[in-house]
Ligand binder design. Sequence first.
Ligand code: MEV
Length: 318
Amino acid sequence: MKSVASAPGKVILFGEHFVVYGVKAILCSIDKRITVTSKLADNNSIKIESSLGKIEANVDSITKLKDPSAVLMKPLIYIVTKTLEKFKKNVGVEIKIESEIPAGIGLGSSSACCVAAAASVTGLFEKLKREEILKFAIEAERTIFQNTSGADCSVCIYGGIMEYDKKNGFKKINSNIDLGLVIANSAQPHFTSELVDRVREFRENNEDLFVSLCEQESNLIQKAFSALEDRDLHTLGKLMSENQSFLERIGVSTQKLAFLIEEAKKTAYGAKITGAGGGGCVIALTDKTNLNNTLTRLGKHVDCFSARIDYKGLLDTF
Ligand code: MEV
């Protein structure tokens, strides 16, 4: 018996970090996926294989593993052990993760992995509803990133473009806008939870400024909704660049990211960090008139590729 599920990565078009404090964000999933294949095993052991490494241990001892791969795979271990507990199964499970999204560059690989693993592993026993998978995936992600807003897992499940806020969850944006996104990888490593902690400290030390930036971000996002509705890439791009200036104020940009953004803006409609910042990726907004120029320009400095919106979200086959 095999259960396969895949989920897309994502970019945040507007609102990262501010979303943690209740501001709306706009996200979309991208056409790069993580696929998780789960199988029942005869013995009582759990085996997990991914680009992060390989671990194998007995069901009762796997949560005690201390090696670096096991630490990185904590959400996956959580998903497997909790699933066996929920369905009262005394079996082993093997899971294999294949990814088109590099880990740790701000494109939602961790969320896509949690979503696909939650669907794939539970699918060995029962097909759960999307809402249940979302809840489970967020719980799993919280084992390594306590303060996640839940935005990334939501867009990985439902796909397309959506608005998200912590109180009301996600809402699809029905715009059939054709965004050409150029994604440039700064190759500067970053850790989302550390960046979120850094912004929490910034907020504690700059209360009034932070409140004002949240208000400005909310206003900007309202304008972005209109630009999406009007399919106005020029305005959308300008708003992205303006959003970048807020991210610089809260200290999550770097010299290299700022340089890549300035380069991208020479040909693209606008550009910004996507995700936590501190490294990771920059996104530039283009269409077919300026996509290739932007790719060539950024490609002189770093690895980059183009991406489109994924409208499928979580896919599973049992
Ligand atoms: C990370 O992709 C986005 C952040 O806003 C954190 C979160 O929303 O959980 C930085």
